[in-house]
Write a protein that binds this ligand. Structure first.
Ligand code: HPA
Length: 276
């Protein structure tokens, strides 16, 4: 961690002062998932701007708040919005919040995102439970000086926890939705992919493509957290459909399925508490 970075422990101490709640589950909201905030009984909230090390959040639809409260009766920490690598932040900055959550005592992390469907059977508005990932961002968040007390060479054989994945599927079933499952391939962005890239990514074994999540997963695994990830398939990836791609389309689909996304997350939080 570079010298300008504040310590995750200092931020964790601040978070502990915000509320006596001590959630063990944190959820990071990507595009399409913010509507869950309408179901959150908020106990405390703080803008990222007042948390040292947290980045300003740029993309429209991302609020830049950390909230604590209860979701479906379960205490949760919610990060509304995240830093993206494509914004130009170094990986350390992109993943700093995850280190702060780990220092706070979060044990289980649910990462959500918008993604393009590479798998030809996927449709916009589907949800995909991430079973594994392929990192083609061209960077690894653990690069750099080793961090004292943390493993240098982090095992990613079971990056996405099987039990949490099962809970996600059950959360989908509870609202009558069959969640898809598949491999998330991460690119740096911010341009969308070419059709040739998408054909290549399909051959590599990916089902969806996006510009986030993987750095957070890698750091969370280094910190010993269990991770689950859920993608909202907001569009067919480049060349998979007839038209061209736009952020407007991503936001439109996200808007269309926002209630379902919120319901899945609320069910997940409820099942999480029951199965702990
Ligand atoms: N590609 C990369 N990232 C994305 C996409 C996509 O098609 N859709 C939403 N995020």
């Amino acid at each position: 961690m570079s010298k300008q970075q504040p310590s995750p422990q200092a931020v964790a101490a601040r978070l502990k002062k915000l509320s006596p709640l001590r959630p063990s589950l944190a959820i990071v909201l990507g595009s399409g998932f913010h509507h869950v905030l309408s179901r959150l009984k908020v106990e405390a909230e703080v803008p990222y701007g007042s948390l040292p090390g947290f980045p300003p959040v740029g993309v429209s639809g991302h609020a830049g708040q950390l909230l604590m409260g209860s979701l479906g009766g379960t205490p949760v920490m919610v990060m509304s919005g995240r830093a993206h690598f494509y914004e130009g932040h170094p990986m350390e900055r992109v993943t700093f919040a995850v280190r702060a959550l780990a220092a706070y005592g979060i044990r289980d992390l649910l990462l959500t995102n918008a993604a393009g469907g590479v798998n030809r059977s996927f449709r916009p508005g589907d949800f995909m439970v991430v079973t594994d990932h392929i990192n083609l961002m061209g960077a690894n968040p653990l690069r750099g000086a080793p961090l004292p007390g943390l493993p240098r060479f982090v095992d990613l054989t079971c990056a996405y926890d099987e039990e949490l994945r099962r809970l996600l599927c059950r959360a989908g079933q509870k609202c009558g939705t069959k969640l898809r499952a598949g491999v998330y391939l991460a690119v740096s962005g911010p341009s969308y992919e070419t059709p040739a890239e998408i054909r290549a990514f399909a051959r590599l074994g990916s089902d969806a493509v996006g510009m986030s999540t993987v750095p957070e997963t890698v750091v969370a695994r280094q910190c010993g957290m269990k991770v689950a990830a859920l993608s909202c398939i907001t569009n067919l990836a480049a060349g998979r459909g007839r038209g061209t791609l736009s952020h407007a389309e991503v936001l439109e689909t996200a808007e269309r399925v926002k209630s379902l996304a919120a319901e899945v997350l609320e069910n997940f939080a409820m099942l999480y508490e029951k199965n702990r």
